[in-house]
Design a protein around this ligand. Structure first.
Ligand code: FMN
Length: 312
């Protein structure tokens, strides 16, 4: 049996990445009901809202689901406690050291996965005692590693370095992507952008349409020296780039971002000066579909590729 499917008790080793302003109870439960693993993205939730989403998800699915908690958030500790109090068993931690929560969560008998962007960091996660690691390539939407390792080189190098199962993320938007990740040694995939445009995603329709209308070269890795994030190019990314060329101070650039640029773009649909977090695979997303259709199609495409790949 596939180690990732076994670890989480799911049918397909397809994980819906935790996504700020996108992955609430509705999306996470839909993915879990369709046989994958849904993750509630705690990054945009205060602890009480996270609790409400966990409770809501339980009413929408009886299947396993998890939470994604970005460690740099000022609420991370409280979010961990809320998830523990509400008997969440699966924790996907990101954006911080795997040493911070892994022991604590493992002592409580939880399944812990850490998201990382280099093979060396994947190894550190394994040393810290996580059950599996997500390696996220440079193609991915949202916050990103500085080292620019694309999935094609990251996956095999991580697989060679660790014994725990590797989940590939970044650039996967169809069954071909899953098949490629599996060929490179991944035992599961984490998908963001494709699910961000789904019917059950809580993102604003303007954001979903921005994904559908984007072409292959429309994203950029912005804020590389401050907090790298892959975004669809817009007025904001243009203004950031102008300031960077002028060697503007970090504070000046941060001022441009305003209060909550990701919320503005993703949740409120204000696309001019918000952060439109989207991966390079955006051009492969052609319509807003329900999660069930998306997962069925992914599996069908994957099986077709695997059956026909002997022609090389
Ligand atoms: C809108 C958006 C928000 C995201 N927010 C988070 C987050 O809160 N925590 C996290 O670990 N990753 C986050 N990610 C990354 C995804 O979980 C996933 O790893 C990534 O999107 C995979 O790459 P793909 O977009 O090419 O599928 C986000 C991605 C997107 C597109």
């Amino acid at each position: 049996m596939n180690r990732i499917a076994e670890l989480f008790g799911i049918k397909y080793p397809i994980i819906q990445g935790g996504m700020v302003w996108v992955s609430g109870a509705k999306l996470a439960a839909a993915v879990s009901n369709a046989g994958g693993l849904g993750l509630i993205g705690a990054g945009s939730m205060k602890p009480d809202l996270l609790e409400a989403h966990i409770k809501k998800a339980r009413t929408l699915t009886s299947k396993p689901f998890g939470v994604n908690i970005p460690i740099f958030s000022k609420y991370a500790e409280k979010q961990v406690e809320v998830a523990l109090d509400n008997n969440v068993d699966i924790f996907f931690m990101s954006a911080g050291s795997p040493k911070k929560f892994t022991n604590y969560l493992k002592e409580k008998g939880k399944t812990v996965v850490h998201v990382t962007s280099t093979p060396q960091l994947a190894y550190k996660c394994e040393q810290a005692g996580v059950d599996a690691v997500v390696v996220e390539g440079f193609e991915a939407g949202g916050h990103n590693g500085r080292d620019e390792l694309t999935s094609f080189v990251l996956i095999p190098q991580a697989v060679d370095l660790v014994n725990i199962p590797v989940i590939a993320a970044g650039g996967i938007a169809d069954g071909r992507g899953i098949a490629a990740a599996v060929m490179l040694g991944a035992e599961g995939v984490q998908i963001g952008t494709l699910f961000a445009a789904s019917k059950e995603s809580s993102a604003h329709i303007n954001y979903k349409n921005a994904i559908l209308n984007a072409s292959s070269c429309d994203t950029v890795l912005a804020l590389k020296d401050i907090i790298p994030v892959r975004l669809i190019k817009n007025k904001l990314t243009e203004e950031i780039s102008i300031l960077e060329k002028k060697c503007a101070k970090k504070e000046e650039i941060l001022k441009l971002l305003g209060n909550n640029p990701a919320k503005e773009a993703i949740f409120e649909g204000k696309l001019d000066m918000g952060e439109i977090e989207v991966g390079q695979c955006c051009a492969m997303v052609k319509k807003i579909e329900d999660v069930n259709n998306i997962i069925e199609k992914l599996i069908k495409e994957f099986n077709f590729i695997i059956k026909n790949c002997k022609n090389f």
